[in-house]
Design a protein around this ligand. Structure first.
Ligand code: NI
Length: 140
């Protein structure tokens, strides 16, 4: 009998060049074993597929860097977050220097809602950098 949390060992056949590539990544990324890397690759793919399907609630972190001196930009960023408050879980603002502000905004909702909100904020004039980290529930 197998339990849900049981770890199963199975063998995989790979062409030598692909295995070499895998092993370079194991070393390069500091993984303890091939298994650890393969588990992470599978989880990454599962998250991607959940976002592509689009029918399940997911979470994301939007990281932005913006010009503190851009007129009314801070106000616009806040307004967008208030309008979409159901999707905004939390946000953190850090003043990285005299000109630049960094903000991380944790978002929750359907993938399309998070993508749209991220594009709206990322597209505001004066936002110099914008990157969305996509995550989802992983029961394994
Ligand atoms: Ni600031």
């Amino acid at each position: 009998m197998s339990t849900p949390e049981e770890t199963i060992r199975f063998s995989v056949s790979l062409p030598r060049p692909l295995l070499d590539e895998l092993d370079r990544r194991v070393v390069g990324k500091g993984y303890a074993s091939r298994s650890e890397l393969v588990r992470d690759l599978i989880r990454e793919r599962l998250v991607e597929e959940t976002w592509e399907r689009g029918d399940e609630e997911v979470a994301g972190v939007l990281t932005i860097v913006y010009d503190h001196h851009q007129r009314e930009l801070t106000q616009h960023i806040l307004e967008v977050q208030h309008q979409e408050y159901v999707h905004v879980v939390a946000s953190t603002h850090v003043h990285i220097d005299h000109h630049n502000c960094l903000e991380t905004i944790i978002l929750r909702g359907l993938p399309a809602q998070i993508e749209r909100l991220s594009q709206t904020i990322g597209g505001l004039k004066g936002v110099r950098f914008s990157a969305l980290t996509r995550t989802s529930r992983l029961g394994h």
